[in-house]
Design a protein around this ligand. Structure first.
Ligand SMILES: Cc1cc2nc3c(=O)[nH]c(=O)nc-3n(C[C@H](O)[C@H](O)[C@H](O)COP(=O)(O)O)c2cc1C
Length: 266
């Protein structure tokens, strides 16, 4: 997937959750591109898949208000599906879903991760689920104006830019003066990841050739697993490393740890 990372790095800085869409249909090139993109993605990451559904989403989000306000006017959506038999299903689905979100952002589309507040029955009518599969989240896809609604401003912390915890609160051993550039950039990029209710449940531990992502003990698994949020941060972390010329591999770990990124030796 490295061929996408330079574009996705740009997308990370402009992506925002958007909830009020203008109803404009998707153009032909996007309707052609996204299913092919999903197919490629699904071949790379096993245990999780993304399905693009080019249909009006009114029923998907109908009647769902929650604390976030309603999602309106998107002409299409994507579903992020996990195979619950896979022990790492949550982090894989976060990682895969964010790949889709960043590609859509790069294609000038607006999105919003939606974890609990969508109509599961309607989505099940659109998508045939296999054996142990569950839809863990969806995203509306479409176009929005530059004007953010009040609710969007509040939930995304737009007043002060990306509202995120500082790295010293997120790192178990915060010593940035000792870290190589790739570690600083990885963590700064991971920090911008979206998370359910903007809770940012990830914690990072830096060792010589690796960074470990774990879930802070404070965060229980209510509606959306914090491990799914961590999967999103894992993709950001990897893209931040790549931006500084570093590639690596993920080793999955047991709770409360999630995964360790081992940098490849040059
Ligand atoms: C896994 C996940 C689930 C989310 N669920 C919802 C949701 O149900 N409704 C909603 O409006 N926003 C939802 N969000 C969006 C978050 O509120 C948003 O990402 C966060 O406030 C940070 O804002 P930003 O995405 O604009 O940076 C979800 C985000 C994630 C990552």
């Amino acid at each position: 997937m490295y061929e996408y990372y330079a574009n996705w790095y740009q997308a990370i800085f402009i992506r925002r959750s958007r909830r009020q869409y203008n109803g404009q249909p998707l153009p032909e090139n996007i309707i052609y591109h996204l299913p092919i993109f999903c197919e490629n993605l699904n071949n790379i990451i096993k245990g999780s898949r993304v399905v693009f559904v080019n249909t009006d989403t009114e029923n998907v989000f109908r009647g769902i208000i929650g604390s976030y306000g309603k999602i309106k006017g998107s002409p299409a959506y994507a579903a992020f599906i996990g195979d619950m038999a896979d022990p790492n299903v949550q982090e894989k689905t976060g990682y895969l879903g964010e790949s889709f979100i960043l590609e859509a952002t790069y294609q000038s589309l607006s999105t919003c991760w939606v974890g609990g507040f969508f109509n599961y029955q309607v989505v099940k009518e659109h998508i045939k689920l296999h054996n142990k599969e569950q839809v863990l989240a969806v995203t509306p896809i479409g176009y929005t104006s530059n004007n953010y609604s009040v609710m969007e401003r509040v939930t995304s912390g737009m007043v002060s830019g990306h509202k995120r915890k500082s790295l010293d609160k997120l790192c178990l051993n915060y010593t940035p003066q000792k870290w190589p550039k790739w570690v600083n950039n990885s963590l700064s990029t991971a920090r911008l990841a979206p998370s359910a209710m903007n809770r940012q449940p990830w914690r990072f531990a830096v060792e010589d050739d690796s960074i470990t992502v774990s879930v802070d003990k404070f965060f229980p698994s209510i509606i959306v697993s914090p491990r799914l949020d961590c999967g999103i941060a894992m993709l950001h972390l990897e893209i931040g490393a790549y931006q500084k010329g570093i590639t690596g591999k993920w080793e999955y770990l047991k709770h409360p740890e999630v995964a360790r990124f081992w940098r490849n030796q040059i």
